[in-house]
Design a protein around this ligand. Structure first.
Ligand code: SF4
Length: 429
């Protein structure tokens, strides 16, 4: 009997080559055309409230959101947009603002030219841009204004506001066909056609392809994957990925990561948003953190040093390592906005915090700096490893504070001004 062939590890395929798309400049941020996958987010403040919107955009930008979308739903919101832009500029925050328009975008952009000017991109939902004979007029007005101000648009079809006329037409055609498909497949086709037809119409109206980004958001993971695969196969427009109505907490994070992870692995997606429903009073920047972590864990980009921590088990019954892992991760994330300029390259740092001797020294040696804390019954000593070598053993009640100080020293010596070669950082115990 022939032995089954065992594939060597290094033959396992990585991500597919990126789907070739047309590069679009959104303010100073490149989307598509091979540019790094862009993280974006959306505010949930009332845009008419300039102060709170500026504060939230600033928080999202500080967390790493490279573009921020704001709702522009009425006159007061449109009037506030240039003031929001001005306040952000005064604070040195250059993050492009995207205006999210439904129903009356054509009117608001016409009546508030300063709003049209201040926004870096307009998001249009083809299902909500007017109905019947008004649809083309209203859509055309937005595209003509975008052309006038030199702004790109995102044509964003959405499952919850799908173009009903198009859907009815496709449903009728499907019912009359010899081999009708199931209704869900027809709805997916309607999403794709809605986005593509609108993009073609925008081009007919004189909008160049390098000002068009497409999205087609659905709330079910399998539908989303199918829709985006189709969209990518049928066009080379830049693509915004997002699972709509992803939900709260772990449900939203898992669903978004599953859907977007598969598409990104297939090379699809130029910019992403993780649409999490925040807990009441929760931190809006969580969606930025999740988007960054998704891209970083998949190896597409590096944003923040990663802290590897073991899950813990019966071999470590104290909470010391959990507290240390959390404290180091929070500390790094809080400091990153400053470190990004002070310590270039620090985002690639790996830190390990491990709970006992079983995997502690091994995992710590793979990190730039790692600590193996004592498990239950082990001697109260915590060896620290730097660049794969044992560096020092920490003891006593200040292990956590001492390790944090060593991490800071390491970062300063490796990434600071006059950084030393990694070898010279490691002075063995
Ligand atoms: S490193 Fe130790 S404490 Fe952590 S999961 Fe492994 S055996 Fe458990």
């Amino acid at each position: 009997m022939n032995k089954p062939e065992i594939m060597p590890q290094n033959d396992i395929a990585g991500p597919a080559p990126r789907h070739q798309t047309t590069k679009v400049m959104v303010g100073n941020v490149a989307v598509g055309g091979g540019a790094p996958i862009v993280v974006q987010s959306m505010t949930n403040t009332d845009t008419a409230d300039v102060e709170s919107t500026v504060a939230q955009v600033a928080a999202l930008a500080r967390a790493g959101s490279e573009m921020v979308r704001i709702t522009v739903d009425r006159d007061e919101a449109a009037a506030a947009v240039p003031h929001i832009r001005e306040q952000l500029d005064k604070r040195g925050i250059t993050t492009p603002l995207i205006g999210d328009f439904h129903y009356i975008g054509h009117k608001l952009l016409t009546e508030y030219p300063a709003c049209a000017e201040a926004l870096a991109k307009y998001r249009i939902n083809p299902g909500n841009v007017g109905f019947k004979d008004k649809r083309d007029t209203q859509f055309s007005t937005i595209i003509e204004l975008a052309n006038k101000y030199g702004k790109p648009v995102r044509i964003g079809a959405n499952w919850g506001s799908l173009d009903q006329e198009l859907l009815s037409k496709l449903m009728d055609e499907n019912a009359a066909s010899a081999n009708p498909r199931d209704a869900r497949a027809v709805m997916r086709e309607a999403m794709v056609q809605s986005a593509l037809h609108s993009a073609e119409r925008a081009q007919e109206l004189g909008m160049p392809k390098d000002r068009i980004i497409l999205s087609a958001k659905v709330s079910a993971v399998q539908d989303l994957i199918a829709v985006y695969q189709d969209l990518a196969a049928r066009s080379d427009y830049a693509i915004h990925l997002g699972l709509t109505e992803a939900g709260m907490g772990s449900k939203g994070i898992v669903a978004s990561s599953a859907a977007l992870g598969i598409l990104l692995q297939q090379g699809i997606g130029d910019t992403i948003r993780i649409s999490l429903t925040p807990e009441p009073g929760g931190d809006r920047t969580l969606e930025v953190q999740v988007a960054q972590e998704l891209l970083q864990t998949m190896g597409f980009r590096t944003f923040v040093p990663l802290v590897a921590a073991c899950p813990g088990c019966g071999r470590t019954t104290s909470t010391t390592f959990q507290e240390l892992a959390r404290s180091i991760q929070d500390f790094i994330r809080d400091e990153m906005p400053t470190w990004k300029t002070k310590y270039p390259g620090v985002e690639a740092l790996n830190v390990a915090v491990m709970g006992c001797i079983v995997n502690g020294p091994g995992e710590s040696k793979h990190a730039n700096i790692g600590i193996s804390l004592p498990g239950t019954g082990e001697a109260p000593a915590a060896p620290v490893f730097v660049d794969g070598k044992k560096f020092r053993t920490l003891r006593g009640p200040t292990i956590a504070a001492d390790f944090k100080a060593l991490v800071i020293d390491y970062i300063d010596q490796r990434y600071g001004n006059g950084a030393k070669a990694p070898e010279s950082v490691t002075a063995a115990e």
